[in-house]
Design a protein around this ligand. Structure first.
Ligand code: C5P
Length: 244
């Protein structure tokens, strides 16, 4: 199938949710994907959103080995996430976790949505846009334009370069890929010993085009304790808006 006619075919779309990090920047003993946001585990939000996206038929969650049962009971069963078919153990790096998830599908899908389990505020619309764009072009990446000016700084703490802001975007997730491209990308990373903080970076190295889909500043990654405080206030403002 050529890229041009991808959009006409019915697609088998699945999701992988890497949530196997230890969250060292967050501090504390609980992995950040299980920390409480609005009284429920943070991971629940993104799973509920993916569960509600009609084109996604199956979700695989990637979790630290020790937390698999907890995730099944306290997240998937308790919040009735319908489309989770497997909870698989993660790896040392994020890319190892994604790979474990991608290779766990029993029926080979056409497209894979990769979404960080610690981005609770992704909207259904953004996921749908990213899926649509990948179905048309082969790979899509949700991102937002840079608001601030970015400097490249040398090892002495001196500015080496001011980068052209209009060309700079901050990568978020979801990132959606043709399954065959993603498998090829992870194989290449393993063979060539490449470290990548996101999957789109690997797809780019293979020379495939990755199309941008406009994200949202609300779709932030919960990384530090102050992000959780911000998350609580986002939830609060939503509740206030809904009750008006
Ligand atoms: O570490 P980082 O903040 O980039 O993590 C992004 C996502 O990848 C998180 O949801 C985290 O749980 C997941 N991750 C993973 N396996 C790792 C490291 C991170 O699934 N080894």
């Amino acid at each position: 199938m050529t890229i041009a006619n991808l959009e006409q075919a019915p697609h088998h779309v699945v999701a992988v949710v890497p949530a196997a990090g230890r969250g060292v920047r967050m501090g504390g003993a609980t992995p950040k994907q299980f920390l409480s946001l609005g009284g429920i585990p943070l991971l629940v939000y993104s799973l509920q959103t993916l569960d509600a996206v009609e084109s996604i038929s199956e979700i695989i969650v990637v979790i630290p080995e020790a937390d698999r049962q907890y995730c099944q009971e306290a997240v998937v069963d308790r919040f009735d996430i319908q489309k989770v078919t497997h909870i698989v153990p993660g790896g040392r790096r994020r890319q190892d976790s994604v790979r474990n998830g991608v290779l766990a599908f029993q029926n080979q899908p056409d497209f894979v949505v990769v979404h960080d389990g610690v981005r609770p505020f992704v909207s259904r619309e953004i996921v749908e846009q990213a899926v649509k764009s990948a179905c048309m072009h082969g790979a899509s990446l949700v991102a937002i334009p840079m608001k601030d000016t970015v400097k490249r700084v040398n090892e002495h703490g001196v500015v080496a370069e001011t980068l052209p802001r209009e060309q700079l975007w901050l990568a978020q997730t979801p990132q959606v890929f043709r399954y065959s491209w993603l498998v090829e990308a992870h194989k290449m990373a393993e063979e060539k010993n490449i470290d990548a903080t996101d999957d789109a970076g690997l797809i780019e190295q293979l020379g495939y085009p990755v199309t941008i889909v406009q994200g949202s500043s609300l779709n932030m990654k919960m990384t530090r304790p102050e992000d959780l405080a911000l998350g609580e206030s986002i939830l609060l403002s939503r509740t206030t808006q809904e009750s008006q």
